[in-house]
Design a binder for this molecule. Sequence first.
Ligand code: HEM
Ligand code: HEM
Length: 193
Amino acid sequence: MTRRGPSDRWGAMAQLMHWSIVVLIVVMAYLGLTMVEMPNTPRKVEVYALHKSIGLAVLALVVVRLLWRLYAGAPDPLPAPRWQRWLAHGTHFGLYVLLLAMPLSGWIANAYSGFPLRWFGLFRVPQPIAADEALYDLTREIHEWLFWLLLVLALAHAFAAVWHHLFLGDATLSRMLPRRRGRAPAPLQEDSR
Ligand code: HEM
Ligand code: HEM
């Protein structure tokens, strides 16, 4: 596959999408966990609607991110033992699967609930599944369990990034962050001038 992004760090687009999705997942977790405890008022309906609309936006963003990843590729891997590279690949793959499965399971659960789905009140989102209470219960349980799985994997992933930065002193984390202003580029090697 041809790489179109930089070779030593993640490009601006990949960084922007990574961190926007992180922020949106935190917002979604907060909304999801608090809304289910709310009393049955019109406010609850509004928060549910917001949760579903942002969740569908996350789904679209993840699809764009994956397409961009296929198009632009990834920077060169940093030196690391082979098992660490496989572990990182496996974790990233799992995170992508969960980033897709989370909103899809929510969408399917909502379809089984029989509630209509409007994206930020703008248009009706198709839900070509008939309402079914038992399947609603099952799919919303799946939605919840996928969330706990995502939480565990994302925490392990963030912990590994911080560990690399603080204790191994490598560029794993800094190359997923914007370049610091005023910082001179690393000097060229004798043989690469
Ligand atoms: C990134 C995407 C998403 C995340 C991280 C997320 C997270 C959550 C969380 C943490 C809960 C609370 C679970 C519980 O304690 O029972 C929840 C509930 C729920 N989510 Fe999502 N969600 C996402 C996307 C969606 C989407 C796209 C929809 C629908 C289109 C949706 C529909 C629902 C519904 C209907 C519930 C409530 C289930 C109930 O009443 O028990 N979610 N979500
Ligand atoms: C909801 C939370 C998060 C999710 C879903 C997530 C997801 C991902 C995914 C899927 C990748 C792989 C990129 C690719 O190969 O295309 C990645 C890379 C990365 N993430 Fe996250 N991430 C999250 C939170 C964090 C946090 C909190 C940090 C830092 C503390 C972080 C630091 C990084 C770094 C440094 C990379 C690049 C790793 C490398 O170059 O091998 N992520 N993230």
